[in-house]
Design a protein around this ligand. Structure first.
Ligand SMILES: NC(=O)C1=CN([C@@H]2O[C@H](COP(=O)(O)OP(=O)(O)OC[C@H]3O[C@@H](n4cnc5c(N)ncnc54)[C@H](O)[C@@H]3O)[C@@H](O)[C@H]2O)[C@@H](O)CC1
Ligand SMILES: Nc1ncnc2c1ncn2[C@@H]1O[C@H](COP(=O)(O)OP(=O)(O)O)[C@@H](O)[C@H]1O
Ligand SMILES: [K+]
Length: 499
């Protein structure tokens, strides 16, 4: 079952911001050791809740404050009568300040503490207290081997603050990272738990602010914001005298030979998300099928851009790219789009042509690349994009002076002014062809109804992902069109047409 994250806070921090928060909280009067006790107690409480039958635990402790949390969890479990063992990775004499105090607390009540050795037996619930926000660079030996041993054990794993080896900023696996069943994270949410490999490595995510003072929290900038019902941009209700020309003329351009469905799905999604009028410009071969499927869409088959000049002038928003192809037909249509000075969504092959340098992007655009398209646009590899999705989406927004929406689990939306929003909704059943075309049509329709580009990207991503969760309940085999009626229903639920 997918976890719901509705109750989690909105702000997402980097490791450096969390360290700054720790420092300020301590300066404001909460001793670091007290914070560590709160962290240990909350992790222990959630561990018992998740595994109520368990009575045995092995703590793998590193040598920073993350290990300190681990020693305190071990002490709590020992006092509760559990069979407990702490295995230290790195030398315990290197422990400092609060972590050293925590070690001494556990040792003083008799908790067995011994060095981890390759092949050391692991038993019961594993508590991963190796590395937290202090990790820098790829995990080195013997931590890498200890992480591998945790992952190979097949035992249940609770990660303290972060799965060890996961980059708190990007969700990148730094060489090796723990695969946890439950992560209890403290003080502030780390962006890396929600993007890249974060959602896979963290398992169920629990957050505890350790009663941090909200005034102190307010002093620290955060890196990104999670999109939830609390901050979701919405459409205004319509007046009773509404008429279609108030809700935009959405023009969809795409559908070369063999990919006519992509443009049609974008057009259908645009219609069902409330655009006043939708026109589809596609290959003549696709017109009959489009009209059969959705007669409300004005469908024009064109061989060349020659006859389109007047049409482009009457459109208020343009979506270009779904199924556009890379041939001369698509290139000439994209050149036409490039000359329009209206808000535009560029997707799919429009982005591949943009990456080729065949065209430039007009102002006021939203681009919606998946990681492959993003890599082409940035001239890097897909791994580079996925290893630092926040960096990639910021780079796209800056390089193309546009709003950039980077698709894939943990969709990110960035603006050239540095804003960064994360949509953590969605479902793995959405990993199927055509879903992106639907998203392009949805965002186009929101723009057509007057939303600002950044807001349309946020609401579009959210509606699409939540619809994906609903459809995903039925499992694999999700067809992109399944999402369209759900998107309409979810939009109405949160943004009713009539007040
Ligand atoms: N007062 C505080 O600062 C609090 C900290 N807390 C815990 O403390 C953690 C942060 O503690 P620290 O800043 O001590 O950092 P960590 O405990 O994450 O780790 C730092 C240690 O890891 C080692 N290390 C760094 N990069 C490595 C690599 N690539 N491979 C192997 N070892 C590496 C370093 O030698 C350093 O000793 C948080 O994640 C959280 O669990 C909580 O107890 C709450 C309060
Ligand atoms: N595992 C997942 N979790 C959440 N969303 C996903 C997941 N896989 C795919 N998606 C979403 O599905 C859509 C797929 O779009 P895209 O890759 O462009 O497909 P296509 O090009 O075939 O239309 C994107 O919005 C993406 O964010
Ligand atoms: K950890």
């Amino acid at each position: 079952m997918l976890q719901t994250t509705a109750d989690l806070p909105l702000a997402l921090y980097t490791a450096a911001q969390i360290r700054e928060l720790d420092t300020r909280l301590i300066a404001a009067g909460i001793p670091g050791f007290e914070l560590m006790h709160r962290a240990g107690s909350t992790a222990w409480r959630h561990l018992q809740k998740r595994w109520p039958e368990a009575a045995q635990m092995t703590v793998l402790a590193g040598r920073g404050n993350n290990a300190g949390d681990g020693f305190l969890i071990a002490a709590l479990a020992w006092r509760a009568g559990w069979q407990v063992r702490v295995l230290t990775v790195g030398e315990p004499y290197m422990l400092q300040s609060d972590a050293a105090l925590a070690h001494d607390d556990a040792a003083s009540i008799g908790v067995p503490i011994e060095p981890w050795r390759p092949g050391a037996p692991l038993q019961g619930i594993l508590v991963d207290a190796l590395l937290g926000t202090g990790l820098s660079g790829d995990v080195f030996s013997p931590y890498a081997e200890a992480i591998q041993a945790i992952n190979d054990s097949g035992l249940p794993v609770l990660a303290v603050d972060l799965p060890s080896g996961l980059c708190a900023n990007t969700g990148r696996v730094l060489g090796k990272a723990v695969c946890a069943d439950l992560t209890v994270t403290f003080i502030g949410l780390k962006l890396g738990l929600f993007t890249g490999e974060g959602p896979t490595r963290a398992g169920e995510l629990i957050f505890d602010d350790l009663q941090a003072d909200s005034a102190v929290m307010g002093q620290i900038a955060f890196d990104a914001v999670r999109l939830t019902l609390k901050n979701l941009p919405l459409l205004a209700p319509r007046s009773r005298t509404a008429h279609k020309s108030q809700f935009g003329r959405l023009l969809i351009i795409g559908g070369d030979f063999g990919t006519g469905g992509a443009a049609l799905m974008a057009a259908q999604a645009g219609l069902r998300t409330g655009a006043g009028m939708v026109t589809l410009i596609t290959r003549p071969e696709h017109v009959a099928a489009a009209l059969m499927r959705q007669p409300e869409i004005m469908c024009m088959g064109v061989e060349s851009t020659f006859e389109l000049d007047s049409l482009k002038d009457s459109a208020s928003v343009l979506v270009v790219g779904p199924g556009l192809g890379l041939r001369s037909w698509g290139r000439s249509l994209l050149t036409l789009a490039n000359q329009c000075r209206i808000p535009q969504v560029w997707d799919a092959d429009a982005l591949n042509l943009l990456a080729n340098g065949a065209v430039t992007l007009p102002p006021d655009c939203l681009i919606t690349p998946h990681p492959g398209e993003a890599a082409r646009l940035l001239g890097c590899s897909i791994d580079d994009v996925q290893n630092d999705r926040p960096g990639a989406v910021h780079a796209l927004a800056a390089r193309y002076s546009c709003v950039a929406l980077l698709k894939g689990a943990g969709t990110l939306i960035a603006a050239p002014d540095g804003r960064l929003v994360l949509c953590d909704r969605g479902h793995p059943a959405m990993a199927s062809a055509g879903l992106g075309d639907v998203l392009a049509g949805v965002t186009g329709a929101l723009l057509a109804q007057g939303m600002a580009v950044f807001d349309a990207a946020c609401l579009g991503a959210w509606l699409h992902a939540v619809a994906g969760e609903h459809a995903g309940v039925q499992g694999r085999g999700l067809a992109a069109c399944d999402l369209i009626p759900l998107i309409r229903q979810i939009l109405e639920e949160h943004s009713p047409c009539l007040r």
